[in-house]
Write a protein that binds this ligand. Structure first.
Ligand SMILES: O=C(O)CCC(=O)C(=O)O
Ligand SMILES: [Fe+2]
Length: 315
C-alpha cells in the first residue's frame, strides 16, 4: 500500500501559507509500470517510487506554487514545524521526475526545472450529466495554439523555453478529469490517460503535444505539474534556493534527529544543474499544493521511446 497524505492549510498566522495539519488521506497502489497508453510519451513510475507510509504534506490555499511551498517547507522543517522528511519527499520526487524524463527521452544535456506547481481541481456542484467542457482547455505548453489555423505560435507570452513537461498524478479517486492528447484542432483525441496515484505523463512541450484535462465531475484531482528546460538561463530560482537550503539542512552541523537523518540519507541528486542561478517562470494560478516522497532513486525500469525514434518531434 502506498499512501500520499494531503494536509490542509489552516494556519493563517504562519509565515508560510500552510501547516502540516492532516485533512485527508489518499491511499493508492502503484504496483508495476503498467505500460503506456500513448506509447511514445507516457510512462509510469515503478512500484517503490512512492514509499509507504508517506506522511506529509503541504497544501497551499494561497495559490503559492509548489516550489515556493517546498522552500517554505524546508524553512518550517528548520523550525521543527514540519518533518524534514516532508520537504525531502517533495524535493526527491520532483527531482526523480526530472531524471526519469531525461532518461526516457535519452537526453544528452541536463534538464533544468523551469517551473513546478501543484494543482488540485475540484468538481463544481452542478449537474454533471453530459458535460463536455474541460477542466483545463486544450493547449500547448510552449506556444500559443491557434486551433482554427491548426498551428502553434512559439513566441511571447508563451513559455517558449519549456522543452519537456511532466505531470505526476497524486490520486485517482475522482470522476472525470482524464488527461487527453489531441491534434492541433484541439478536438481529435489521440490518446487519453486516466490519472492514478504515482502515474506520470511526460512529453515534449511543443506543438506535437496539444493536451487538456476533461472536466472533473466528482471529487478532487491533484497533480504536480513540472516543466523543464534545456536552457540553464531559465532554471527556476526557487529550486536553486531550495537546493541551497537543503544542502545546508543536510550538512553535518544541521540539528537533525537520528530518525530524520536516516530518512534524509537517500541520495538527493541535487544535480549541479540545479545549483546554477537563472531566471524562472513567473508563478501562475494554482489552487492547492502537495508533496510526495520518493526514497527510490533507481530509474532503470523506465522504458524509453523506440531507439530509432526522434523523441522531440515524434510525440
Ligand atoms: O493536470 C494535468 O493533467 C495537465 C495540466 C497541464 O497540462 C498544464 O498545467 O499545463
Ligand atoms: Fe499543459
Amino acid at each position: 500500500m502506498i499512501r500520499i497524505n494531503i494536509a490542509q492549510a489552516v494556519d493563517e498566522q504562519s509565515k508560510c501559507p500552510w501547516s502540516p495539519k492532516m485533512a485527508s488521506v489518499v491511499p493508492c497502489n502503484v504496483t508495476e509500470a503498467q505500460g503506456a497508453v500513448h506509447q511514445k510519451s507516457l510512462f509510469e513510475f515503478k512500484s517503490g517510487l512512492l514509499h509507504d507510509p508517506v506522511s506529509v504534506v503541504l497544501v497551499n490555499k494561497h495559490r503559492y506554487p509548489l516550489v515556493k511551498s517546498l522552500l517554505c517547507c524546508f524553512q518550517l522543517g528548520q523550525e521543527g514545524k514540519v518533518p524534514l522528511s516532508s520537504a525531502l519527499l517533495c524535493y526527491n520526487v520532483t527531482d526523480k521526475v526530472r531524471r526519469v524524463v531525461e532518461s526516457y527521452f535519452r537526453l544528452d544535456s541536463p534538464l533544468y526545472f523551469s517551473y513546478s506547481h501543484l494543482v488540485c481541481r475540484t468538481a463544481v456542484e452542478e449537474k454533471q450529466e453530459g458535460r463536455k467542457d474541460l477542466s483545463h482547455p486544450v493547449h500547448v505548453d510552449n506556444c500559443i495554439l491557434n486551433t482554427e489555423a491548426n498551428m502553434c505560435i512559439k513566441e511571447h507570452p508563451a513559455y517558449t523555453f519549456r522543452d519537456y513537461s511532466a505531470i505526476l498524478y497524486l490520486n485517482g479517486d475522482f470522476e472525470g478529469g482524464n488527461f487527453v492528447f489531441t491534434e492541433l484542432d484541439a478536438k481529435t483525441i489521440t490518446a487519453e490517460l486516466r490519472p492514478q496515484c504515482g502515474r506520470m505523463v511526460g512529453f515534449s512541450s511543443g506543438e506535437e503535444n496539444p493536451h487538456g484535462v476533461n472536466a472533473v465531475t466528482k471529487g478532487q484531482r491533484c497533480a504536480v505539474a513540472l516543466w523543464f528546460t534545456l536552457d540553464p538561463r531559465h532554471n527556476e530560482r526557487e529550486r536553486v534556493q531550495a537546493d541551497d537550503l537543503i544542502k545546508m539542512l543536510l550538512s553535518p552541523e544541521a540539528d537533525l534527529s537520528q530518525e530524520e537523518a536516516q530518512q534524509t540519507a537517500e541520495p538527493l541528486s541535487l544535480g549541479e544543474a540545479n545549483l546554477r542561478q537563472s531566471g524562472s517562470e513567473s508563478p501562475s494560478d494554482t489552487t492547492d499544493s502537495v508533496a510526495a516522497e520518493s526514497t527510490d532513486s533507481s530509474i532503470e525500469h523506465v522504458r524509453g521511446p523506440p531507439v530509432d525514434s526522434k523523441p522531440k518531434t515524434e510525440l
